[in-house]
Design a protein around this ligand. Structure first.
Ligand SMILES: Nc1ncnc2c1ncn2[C@@H]1O[C@H](COP(=O)(O)OP(=O)(O)OP(=O)(O)O)[C@@H](O)[C@H]1O
Length: 323
């Protein structure tokens, strides 16, 4: 992928929380990822692996312990005040539960237009026209402008969440489990809408989700996260066939998907994700990996290129001799 198209880049982002005098919890450990124009980067991993902390750092809500966040080549990690506020217009979020995310006492028209009014980009009398435009964009009838969020279905509310995220014409939208609370048919419609809008506007999308099948279907690139670390990065279309990290394979094995090759032997993912408090040395996956060796207990494997566009962090794979 073209380097110049990277909109947002996480460079070695780490977040540690001091939870007592002698204990530190590592939520994200040295994460480097890039979000490209017009492409979707999916981030998948079990609950507690650090997905939310990572995106809170990207949206400047949580301060990283170390590392940088680059937006269009400029370091935005330490932005403050007006500059930080302006940065929010480039990066917008869509959350899992739109009923919680949308102010209950505001009409849909006002919810959609609020970011534009806050940034003084429109006048009050323009609200009707703007609301109509964005309702049409997310395929909702214009009369919804005068409704309240609780008079709409979950899928309709999520469309409003998308409309509200779009009004500032952001370059990147981060969907944090944005479709997880919706039933499958509604989920499909929302994803089709996101893909259509991405093609139209060349937006970059960060799609954070625990559903590995869904993530692989819609993401150009998938990053697999385990215990605060990215353990594998590969094209979404290759995930089922070419994933090689034992954790990614275990995640895939924990779900049934169409086209699954039943002859493939994959180790089952057993046990729980260990505590991220005072992590031991070595590979973060060592305690759940049936093949872990002494080296895995001593040295943490780095992400290395396995094949073009495919990175993996595992000592046990023949990474220096790609097939
Ligand atoms: N403010 C905080 N103080 C201390 N620990 C925190 C804080 N925020 C998150 N953590 C811890 O960091 C780790 C990663 O949490 P995070 O919410 O980022 O994971 P997640 O992958 O988003 O999980 P989920 O999918 O359940 O939301 C967890 O162990 C969590 O308890």
């Amino acid at each position: 992928m073209c380097e110049n198209n990277a909109i947002l880049e996480a460079q070695n982002l780490t977040k540690k929380f001091k939870i007592s005098k002698n204990s530190t919890l590592t939520a994200c450990d040295d994460i480097s990822l890039k979000f490209y124009q017009g492409k979707t980067l999916g981030i998948v991993g079990e609950s507690g692996c650090g997905k939310s902390t990572f995106i809170k750092m990207l949206s400047l809500i949580t301060k990283p312990t170390s590392g940088e966040i680059m937006f269009r080549g400029c370091d935005i990690t330490k932005l403050k005040g007006e500059e930080k506020r302006n940065n929010h217009s480039h990066i917008q979020m869509i959350f899992q539960n739109p009923l919680e995310a949308l102010p209950p006492r505001m009409k849909i028209r006002d919810i959609i237009c609020e970011p534009l009014l806050n940034f003084k980009k429109i006048k009050n009398h323009e609200k009707d026209e703007i609301a109509r435009k964005y309702l049409e964009m997310v395929e909702l009838p214009e009369e919804f402008a005068l409704r309240y969020p609780h008079h709409m279905s979950g899928g309709q509310r999520q469309r409003i969440g998308i409309a509200r995220a779009l009004v500032l014409e952001p370059e990147l939208i981060i969907c944090d489990e944005a479709t997880s609370a919706l039933d499958v048919s509604v989920q499909k419609n929302i994803i089709e809408l996101l893909i259509r809008l991405q093609k139209q506007k060349q937006i970059s999308i960060g799609f954070i989700c625990h559903d590995i099948v869904l993530v692989s279907q819609i993401s150009h690139q998938v990053a697999v996260m385990y215990l605060g670390n990215i353990v594998e990065i590969l094209p979404g279309k290759d995930l089922h066939k070419y994933a090689i990290h034992p954790y990614t394979k275990g995640l895939l094995h924990s779900v049934f998907y169409l086209g699954m090759d039943k002859s493939t032997k994959i180790d089952k993912l057993t046990g729980e994700v260990p505590s991220p408090v005072n992590l031991p040395n070595g590979c973060p996956f060592q305690s759940r990996c049936s093949d872990a060796k002494q080296l895995c207990r001593e040295i943490k494997p780095k992400l290395r290129e396995y094949q073009e566009g495919h990175m993996v962090a595992c000592h046990l794979l023949p990474i220096d001799k790609p097939v």
